[in-house]
Design a protein around this ligand. Structure first.
Ligand code: AMP
Ligand code: GLY
Length: 441
């Protein structure tokens, strides 16, 4: 198969790492890709700012069999629809389905129709209505969550415990750069429990579970500091009750697929279910995303030994030698001896506040050349090529260092040993020191 992978972050590096290990692969193109991924595929010779029409023309010329989209933005702009019209399937949903992420109002409406467990909510259309409803919900239950309905790069959610926090949230929603995402605002009750996420591949091959992961969203140790895109992850999630995946399948995935079908829609791609796991009620859906997470993709890539390209191809209904691969069961995975995976994000010191790359470090390209059996893998996101063979750190989240081991203690030790080595050559880096610490209970 000739595959075109869209995206350029740590998530896409992890997806490329998995795809490149598949026996089904003939050629992997990366668009736009990043210099750390270059050992896994070829940078697609199309400008990073090209439109869908130019991308499709180049895909046809290069005989692409399937497109895989890492990020949600192109999907919400209709990437999968455009490629489908040109006869090339995409692993990633069409625009109407991608609204599950791009419109929280749409996602909540579908959840209501499908009777999927989620927070009680109301959609409001003006600042005055928002204030009145939010204060009413706050006084009824002691808390309220305000969410911009549109895509807001993870910055459009405010969990409020008092009237001052409601005022501050409303100010941001209606009077900042997220105004466009906040034409509709979802107001919902506060859910209680422990957060985790569930991932599965959906499509013509049926649901294929990748299992659960836990992300650390706050910048600093002990869940302090501002929200980020994610500072580290672990998988699997040992504190979930037995049968957790089967419950999510029965209570969330199956009803969702049925409700989409009633609207004439089918899901082809990866579904990310953000959950609050309540000790009494079990899974409550916080959000849907139409992609893998970042850094959840990195941790799942290390945790999951199965052939992702085979799964993706089967989900897209591709035949002619492409078969649905045998899924490796959890038991078989235990036999590989490395069931616990941990990833730690290394970011520029200014993250998440700005675009200052700070002290730039140079890294050898060989850092990113890892074999499929490696216990420690470094994934690249915001890096640049200095000269051939030399890569420099840039801004934001730069590297994800991942490791797998017999248990979390071993995986953590391996990951942090690599982080500390890298910190010696990159003085301007920041990372959390408590990823996957004490997760067994
Ligand atoms: P979202 O973008 O919808 O995932 O929300 C971002 C974060 O806000 C989530 O990861 C949760 O930590 C928190 N959050 C969102 N909705 C709720 C809710 N209804 N109750 C409690 N926390 C929430
Ligand atoms: N790490 C959270 C996300 O990818 O949305």
């Amino acid at each position: 198969m000739r595959v075109l992978l869209i995206g350029k972050g740590g998530r896409e590096h992890a997806i490329a790492w998995k795809i490149s290990q598949s026996k089904l692969l003939t050629k992997l193109y990366l668009w736009p890709g990043n210099p750390g991924m270059k050992t896994l595929g070829e940078l697609f010779p199309v400008s990073p700012s090209a439109d869908f029409a130019s991308l499709i023309a180049a895909a046809k010329q290069n005989h692409i069999d399937m497109v895989v989209s890492g990020p949600e933005a192109p999907l919400s702009e209709g990437l999968a629809d455009a490629f489908a019209a040109a006869g090339i399937p995409t692993f990633g949903p069409v625009q109407a389905v991608a609204q599950l992420e791009s419109s929280k109002a749409f996602a909540k409406a579908i959840m209501t129709k499908a009777k999927i467990p989620t927070a009680a909510f109301k959609v409001v259309h003006s600042e005055d209505e928002c204030r009145a409803e939010a204060l009413a919900m706050l006084s009824a239950s002691g808390g309220v969550v305000l969410k911009a309905s549109g895509l807001a790069a993870g910055k459009g959610v405010f969990v409020c415990r008092n009237a001052d926090e409601v005022t501050a949230g409303i100010e941001r929603l209606y009077h900042s750069d997220m105004k466009a995402a906040a034409t509709d605002v979802v107001i919902e009750e506060v859910l209680h429990g422990r957060e985790c996420s569930y991932f599965c591949f959906l499509g013509k091959a049926g649901p294929l579970s990748l299992g659960f992961a836990v992300d650390y969203k706050r910048l600093n140790d002990g869940d302090q500091g501002p929200n980020t895109g994610g500072m580290g992850c672990y998988a699997p999630v040992p504190w979930l009750p037995e049968g957790a995946a089967a419950r999510v399948q029965a209570e969330v995935i199956e009803p969702l697929l049925k409700a989409l079908k009633n609207e004439g829609l089918t899901y082809q791609g990866c579904l990310y279910v953000g959950l609050m796991w309540s000790p009494t009620k079990g899974p409550q859906v916080v959000e849907f995303n139409v992609r893998l997470g970042d850094p959840e993709a990195q941790v799942l890539a290390l945790h999951d030994d199965r052939d992702w390209l085979g799964w993706m191809a089967a989900s897209c209904g591709l035949t002619g030698g492409v078969q649905r691969p045998e899924g490796q069961s959890d038991r078989q995975r235990q036999l590989t001896g490395k069931p616990a995976a941990v990833v730690v994000v290394m970011a520029a010191a200014s993250y998440p506040y700005g675009n200052d790359a700070g002290t730039v470090a140079t890294l050898p390209e060989s850092l990113f050349a890892s074999n499929p059996d490696a216990s420690v893998v470094t994934f690249a996101a915001n890096v640049a090529t200095k000269t051939d063979g030399v890569i420099t750190t840039s801004t934001g989240r730069v590297l994800t260092v991942g490791a797998r081991g017999a248990n979390f203690v071993e995986a953590r030790a391996l990951a942090y040993a690599q982080v500390e080595q890298l910190a010696k050559i990159w003085a301007g880096s920041r990372w959390r020191g408590d990823i996957a610490l004490a997760v067994e209970t």
